[in-house]
Design a protein around this ligand. Structure first.
Ligand SMILES: Cc1cc2nc3c(=O)[nH]c(=O)nc-3n(C[C@H](O)[C@H](O)[C@H](O)COP(=O)(O)OP(=O)(O)OC[C@H]3O[C@@H](n4cnc5c(N)ncnc54)[C@H](O)[C@@H]3O)c2cc1C
Ligand code: SF4
Length: 496
C-alpha cells in the first residue's frame, strides 16, 4: 500500500525540483540566525545563580563530562565574581564558552540538577557558564600562563575541540605544539558544523583566538594527514602525536539515485551555510525531506526552515524515544514548524527525467523482539531537496600501514587516549566509544594531554594539580571562605 504523504506540493516529474535562493525578504536575513538564547544580563545571572543549592557532591558536576566545579562557579557569580567563575570553568574546560552554547544540558548537567528533579526547572547552568566566560573574554585577558619551555614538541592532527583542548593544556605545561589542519580555518565542527543560531558573531574563531593566546601553539592550515603529511613523518619529527581528526565521512543511503544533485549530505550543507557570506545566495528547496534522527538531522531541518523552506519533514526509522536528538531538540524543531515522522525507513528515490529526485518512498517499520523490519506498507514524500543525516564515519585511510588499531571503524584507545602504537594518542569523535559531543571531545583532549605530559616528563598524571600549577593570577580575593562545597585549595592566592 502506498500513500502519497503530505510533505508538500512541489511539481512532480518534468518540471524538476523547486530549489531557490533568496526565499526570504532581503531585510529578514540579518536576524534569521539570531542567538537561540540571548545572553543573561548581569542581574538575570545574579538572580539565577541564587537558585543554586550549592549541593555537596553535586550531581551536576558528575554529569558534566569535563567535571567543571559547577557549584563553585555559580557561587562565584552570586558573589559578584564572574571572572573568578570563568577561571573555574576554563580550568576544566578551555572551550567552556562554546560548550555553554552547544551542550545538550538537558541530558547532561541540568538533567540531574536537584531543582530539575524536584521542580522540573533546573538551574540554568549553561546560561550561567556563558555569562561568566563572556565576561572574561570581553576583558581580552587570558587566565593561564605557560610554564617554562620544556623543549618537547607535540604534533596534533585536527584543530577541532579535541585538538584545541589538548593543544592548550600541553602548551600550558611548556611544550611546543603544532596542529596540522586540513581545512583553511580552525575550530572543526565548532566552525563548520554547529547550528548557526547556537554560535553567532563568529564565536568559534573568537574562542580559538582566545585559546591561542596562551602561546606555544602553531596551526598549519590546509595540511591533510595522508596527503601532505604522513604518520611516519610525524612520529619521526615529534616527541608525541595526538590524532583528533573527527569523522570526515558520511554514511550513504545505499539507494539508486543517491548521486542526484538534490540529494545532499546534511553536514556539507551546514558547512556551506556556516561559511556563507550571503545567506540569501544559499539555494534551499520548497519541500525538504531529512533522513535521520540525530542532532545533524534536527539542525539541518531547522536551518532550512529558517531559510524559507515551506515544508520540512524529518523521517526516522525508529520511535521517538530512540532518536539521538534530545527531546528538547525535537521540540525546538517542532516549534519551528518541522514535522517529525517515525517508524519509516527509506526504500527508494523517485527521479525526474533529468535525474533529479522528486520524491522519497519510505517503508513503514516495526520493532519485533528488538529487530527492526519493514512491514510492506509504503509512504511517498515529495522532496525538492533530500538531506542525508544518518551518521558520520571515520576515514582510516591516512593511518594505513601505521599499525594503529581500530575498533568498530574508529581508533581504539585506552583510558588515557593511548593508541596501540607507542607515542601516538587519539581522542574526540575519531575514537571508538566517543560520545560525539563537543564537551566529550574537549575532555578527551584534556585527558590525552595529561597522559602525553606524564609520558614526556616521566611524571605521574596531574589533572587534579593542573590549576595549582598553572592558573595565573588575576583579581586577589579568595573565594575559599565563601565556598563550603569544596576545599578549593587551588584558589589560594590567585582567585578573583
Ligand atoms: C551538524 C552537527 C551538529 C552538531 N551539533 C552539536 C551540538 O549542538 N552540541 C554538541 O555537543 N555536539 C554537536 N555536534 C558534535 C560535535 O560537533 C563533535 O562531537 C565535535 O566537534 C568533535 O570534535 P573533534 O575535535 O573530535 O572533531 P571535529 O570537530 O570534527 O574536528 C576534526 C578536525 O580535524 C580535521 N581533519 C580531519 N581529517 C584530517 C586529516 N586527515 N588531516 C588533517 N586534519 C584533518 C577536520 O578538518 C577538523 O577541523 C554536532 C555535530 C554535527 C556534525
Ligand atoms: S560543559 Fe556542558 S555539561 Fe559541563 S557544566 Fe558546562 S554546560 Fe553543563
Amino acid at each position: 500500500m502506498t500513500d502519497t504523504g503530505s510533505a508538500g506540493n512541489s511539481s512532480i516529474g518534468a518540471f524538476g525540483p523547486d530549489i531557490s535562493s533568496a526565499r526570504l525578504e532581503a531585510g529578514d536575513y540579518a536576524h534569521v540566525f539570531d542567538d537561540l538564547h540571548p545572553p543573561l544580563s548581569r542581574h538575570e545571572a545574579f538572580v539565577e545563580s541564587d537558585r543554586c543549592y550549592f549541593c555537596y557532591d553535586a550531581p551536576c558536576m558528575n554529569a558534566c563530562p569535563t567535571s567543571i566545579d559547577i557549584p563553585l562557579f555559580i557561587r562565584q557569580i552570586s558573589a559578584g565574581n564572574p571572572v573568578g567563575a570563568a577561571k573555574t570553568i576554563l580550568n576544566e574546560n578551555i572551550l567552556g564558552g562554546m560548550c555553554a552554547r552547544v551542550c545538550p544540558t538537558e541530558t547532561l548537567c541540568e538533567e540531574v540538577c536537584v531543582r530539575e528533579v524536584a521542580e522540573g526547572k533546573p538551574v540554568k547552568i549553561g546560561h550561567l557558564q556563558r555569562y561568566a566566560t563572556d565576561v572574561l573574554m570581553a576583558q581580552g585577558m587570558h587566565p593561564f600562563t605557560r610554564a617554562p619551555e620544556t623543549g618537547k614538541h607535540i604534533a596534533i592532527v585536527g584543530a577541532g575541540p579535541a585538538g584545541i583542548s589538548a593543544a592548550h593544556r600541553l602548551a600550558t605545561y611548556g611544550h611546543q605544539v603544532t596542529i596540522f589542519e586540513a581545512r583553511p580555518k580552525g575550530g572543526g565542527l565548532n566552525e563548520y558544523g554547529i547550528a548557526a543560531y547556537k554560535t553567532v558573531d563568529d564565536f568559534a574563531q573568537r574562542e580559538l583566538e582566545f585559546v591561542l593566546k596562551i602561546g606555544g601553539i602553531m596551526i598549519e592550515y590546509n595540511q591533510t594527514l595522508g596527503q601532505d603529511i604522513s604518520i611516519d613523518a610525524l612520529k619521526a619529527g615529534y616527541d608525541a602525536v595526538f590524532l583528533a581528526m573527527g569523522l570526515p565521512g558520511v554514511n550513504g543511503l545505499g539507494l539508486d539515485g543517491e548521486d542526484a544533485p538534490n540529494v545532499l549530505d546534511a553536514v556539507d550543507y551546514i558547512a556551506n551555510l556556516r561559511q556563507a557570506k550571503d545567506l540569501s545566495a544559499l539555494p534551499v528547496g520548497r519541500n525538504i525531506v531529512v533522513i535521520g534522527g540525530g542532532m545533524t538531522a534536527i539542525d539541518v531541518a531547522i536551518q532550512t526552515k529558517r531559510l524559507g523552506a515551506e515544508n520540512v519533514t524529518v523521517v526516522y526509522r525508529r520511535g521517538q524515544e530512540s532518536m539521538n536528538a534530545s527531546l528538547y531538540e525535537q521540540e525546538l524543531a517542532q516549534i519551528h514548524g518541522v514535522t517529525i515522522r517515525h517508524w519509516l525507513q527509506p526504500d527508494s528515490l523517485e527521479c525526474n527525467e533529468d535525474g533529479t529526485v522528486h520524491s522519497v518512498v519510505f517503508e513503514y517499520t516495526e520493532n519485533t523482539d528488538g529487530r527492526l523490519s519493514g512491514i510492506g506498507e509504503y509512504l511517498m514524500l515529495e522532496a525538492d531537496q533530500v538531506f542525508k543525516a544518518i551518521g558520520q564515519t571515520f576515514d582510516p585511510e591516512p593511518l594505513r600501514g601505521s599499525g594503529i588499531g581500530l575498533s568498530k571503524g574508529r581508533i581504539s584507545v585506552d583510558g588515557e587516549g593511548r593508541t596501540s602504537v607507542e607515542g601516538i594518542w587519539a581522542g574526540g569523535d575519531c575514537v571508538a566509544g566517543g560520545k560525539d559531543l563537543t564537551v566529550a571531545s574537549v575532555e578527551d583532549g584534556k585527558i590525552a594531554a595529561e597522559s602525553i605530559h606524564a609520558a614526556l616528563t616521566q611524571r605521574p598524571q596531574a589533572v587534579e594539580g593542573f590549576a595549582e600549577a598553572v592558573l595565573s593570577g588575576g583579581v586577589h580575593h579568595s573565594l575559599a571562605r565563601e565556598t563550603p562545597v569544596k576545599p578549593a585549595n587551588w584558589l589560594a592566592g590567585e582567585q578573583g
